[in-house]
Design a protein around this ligand. Structure first.
Ligand SMILES: [Zn+2]
Length: 268
């Protein structure tokens, strides 16, 4: 985690004195400051606990949270890592909360590495909407995605037969089915992603029914339930992206539930 409690106040690992005593804002357990050349400054629980703040966070995740916070602050915006709004339970802290300059609308930026249960994402999304917080969900691009990527034009790649994770499909829906931004944790760059339908070819068939009636079915195509063609455009550095807002209506599908409220996205 990037933020701990020090003398009852939030303190970021970047600014924390080496000899301080720090506590986890969630479970109040003791945490230790880790700061080195290879890893971005952070806190780790002294003893392993069941605390959600100790749920495996990779170096890449920490580094990306820190990068987003610092980049937005350089623009003069108020940005806070690991921020909890109001009475939302601590485990629903946003990775980064940033406030829009004139309107002061808070925007929760959520980096999604692993598949949390969809119900958990939905609960979080509904509570942000209730509090008037705009939300921007960013799934992580998995390194193996590139194994089957093919160039489709100067700044575009296509990944055929891509199996989107559940949370990606949910985020796509949250964004009015207009795609989503993905973060590459290795390069710390951002990609515009769109999961378009993937067509499967159904071969022609010839068979005989009782009474020697000849039957023929022409080759056709149908849409795959499991696969998409993932279109990726980029990469973009966060320095070149701005945040924009829109409103979405509540919606539900067979599998997912989306609240009505403010959503945010990056624009160039
Ligand atoms: Zn804790």
């Amino acid at each position: 985690m990037l933020v701990a409690l020090w003398q009852g106040q939030r303190i970021e690992a970047e600014d924390a004195p080496r000899d301080g005593r720090y506590h986890c804002p969630g479970c109040r357990g003791e945490v230790i400051l880790k700061r080195g050349r290879k890893v971005c400054a952070h806190f780790a629980h002294k003893a392993s606990t069941g605390c959600v703040g100790s749920r495996g966070e990779t170096r890449a995740h920490l580094a990306l949270k820190s990068l987003i916070t610092q980049t937005l602050r350089r623009r003069g915006l108020r940005a806070e890592p690991e921020y909890t709004m109001g009475r939302v339970p601590w485990e629903r802290r946003a990775d980064v909360m940033v406030w829009a300059p004139r309107s002061n609308i808070p925007v929760a930026i959520e980096l999604q590495r692993s598949s949390l249960p969809i119900r958990e994402l939905e609960q979080r999304a509904f509570s942000y909407c209730r509090m008037g917080v705009a939300q921007l969900w960013i799934p992580f691009l998995q390194p193996q995605t590139w194994d089957s990527a093919q160039r489709c034009d100067e700044e575009g790649w296509i990944v055929p037969r891509y199996a989107p994770r559940q949370h990606e499909l949910w985020i796509h829906g949250l964004n009015n089915h207009e795609g989503y931004w993905m973060a590459d944790p290795e390069t710390r760059q951002f990609w515009r992603a769109y999961p378009e339908a993937h067509a499967l070819t159904v071969k022609e068939a010839l068979w005989y029914e009782k009474g020697a009636i000849k039957r023929y079915r022409e080759p056709t195509t149908r849409l795959s339930k499991r696969y998409r063609n993932l279109i990726l455009r980029g990469p973009f550095s966060l320095d070149d992206l701005k945040i924009s807002f829109s409103e979405r209506r509540p919606e539900r599908s067979q599998y997912f539930n989306w609240p009505g409220g403010k959503i945010a996205t990056f624009v160039q």
